[in-house]
Design a protein around this ligand. Structure first.
Ligand code: NAD
Ligand code: MG
Length: 389
């Protein structure tokens, strides 16, 4: 069998390194042709020496010389800068681009990969949040596969295999994060150390904060809308603290299918890379005796306002989700630098949305421009808070 040729964007991150764990599990099934990172030169060098890709990209120009020198004795090509990501996905031999970049920085490489006819394994949910309508149109036009890596979306995708009938409704499960059940008073003074402690998943910093604020579930609602062509009222969020049921599809006869498993991102990553096959692996198996109770509860939209903001942005359409996402990226970065409080993040999102007028019929360049403008507005708002303090 011919090997599946993969480009991994964001290979040094949480998803990227787990994707390489999957690749290690099946050395005769996958060929890694591209690895990219923002600025973690040491990890990228190590990965390149192990997997011998054709090309590596280190976005940071400061880190470029280090990577270049370390790989000088190999045949691996080294490029630097944002534009190199767009170049990298075009390599002839690539079958699938696994986009594990965090944030809207993943948008342009995804678009280029689709237009070059590559299948996409998408962890970078922000791509669909910013411009889901455009992306899914391109996916159809270029007849490529969009394979979800996000565990909830992989769950729904798996439930839909072999189903010719329409979806009535989906239930996206949410762990509830470290602050499930907390009041706004209790949340007023939480710091980043508390917010970075996720009960079930070990992930990159940005998505961990998004999980604590329920923004992650908001982004996933938007992601699900575009991936599965749903109306907003067909998407429900249900809190399931054990993270074993990864999501549920309800069909029009009332029957429901759920996909279950241990909370381990290697599973959805593997499925995206082997679909429609399932390869036998050695990963840990679920044991019912470890989970006597699987419980479900309603999300608290009054306390965790970001989830409601995401539903609202999706309902309004136009540039709203793009603006929301950009403002959130800036707010999370500021929270991680102690420049904005945990609850203050929602105010930044709301105020950024107020500052920027909604418009429709957007091109890729329009989305990129709104993303940029929203970041500037959100940063200004944060600087103003600092001056008041
Ligand atoms: P991470 O921060 O651990 O890794 C991000 C990767 O992207 C790194 O390799 C980094 O070098 C690279 N990167 C960061 N900024 C970049 C930029 N501006 N340009 C190019 N490359 C850049 O993040 P992660 O937790 O692996 O998440 C990656 C994506 O997958 C996110 O969109 C996240 O929402 C999604 N996701 C992650 C998980 C998880 O378990 N970690 C689960 C579901 C979805
Ligand atoms: Mg998820």
């Amino acid at each position: 069998m011919e090997k599946n040729n993969i480009a991994i964007l964001g290979s040094t991150g949480s998803i990227g390194t787990q994707a390489l764990d999957v690749a290690r599990e099946f050395p005769d099934k996958f060929e890694i042709s591209v690895l990219t990172a923002s600025n973690n030169a040491d990890t990228l060098i190590q990965q390149a020496l192990e997997f011998n890709p054709k090309l590596v990209v280190i976005v940071s120009e400061v880190a470029y010389t280090k990577v270049k020198d370390a790989l000088a004795h190999t045949s691996i090509k080294v490029l630097s800068g944002e534009e190199a990501l767009v170049e990298a996905v075009q390599l002839e031999e690539i079958d699938v681009v696994l986009n594990a970049i965090v944030g809207s920085a993943g948008l342009r490489p995804t678009v280029k990969a689709i237009t070059c006819g590559k299948d996409i394994a998408l962890a970078n949910k922000e791509t669909l949040v910013v411009s889901g309508e455009l992306i899914m149109r391109l996916v159809k036009q270029h007849n490529v596969k969009m394979l979800p890596v996000d565990s909830e979306h992989s769950a729904i995708f798996q439930c839909l295999v072999g189903e010719p009938s329409p979806i009535e409704k989906i239930y996206l499960t949410a762990s509830g994060g470290p602050f499930r059940g907390w009041s706004r008073e209790q949340l007023a003074n939480v710091g980043k150390a508390q917010a970075l402690k996720h009960p079930n998943w070990s992930m990159g910093a940005k998505i961990t904060i998004d999980s604590a604020s329920l923004m992650n579930k908001g982004l996933e609602v938007i992601e699900a809308k575009w991936l599965f062509e749903l109306d907003i009222n067909q998407i429900d969020v249900i809190v399931h603290p054990q993270s074993i049921v990864h999501s549920i599809v309800q069909f029009e006869d009332g029957s429901m299918k759920a996909q279950m498993g241990l909370p381990d991102m290697k599973l959805p990553i593997q499925y995206a890379l082997t679909y429609p096959q399932r390869y036998k692996n050695t990963f840990k198996r679920f044991d019912f005796m470890d989970y006597g109770n699987l419980t479900f509860e309603k999300p608290d939209l009054n306390t965790f306002r970001n989830l409601q903001l995401a539903f609202d942005a999706l309902a309004e359409g136009g540039n709203r989700c793009c603006v929301l996402n950009a403002a959130n990226e800036i707010a999370v970065a500021a929270f991680l630098e102690d420049k904005v409080s945990f609850l203050g993040m929602s105010n930044i999102l709301e105020e950024t949305l107020c500052h920027i007028k909604n418009t429709n019929n957007l091109s890729l360049d329009d989305y990129i421009a709104y993303d940029k403008e929203s970041r500037i507005v959100a940063r200004d708002l944060i600087n103003k808070i600092k001056q008041i303090n």
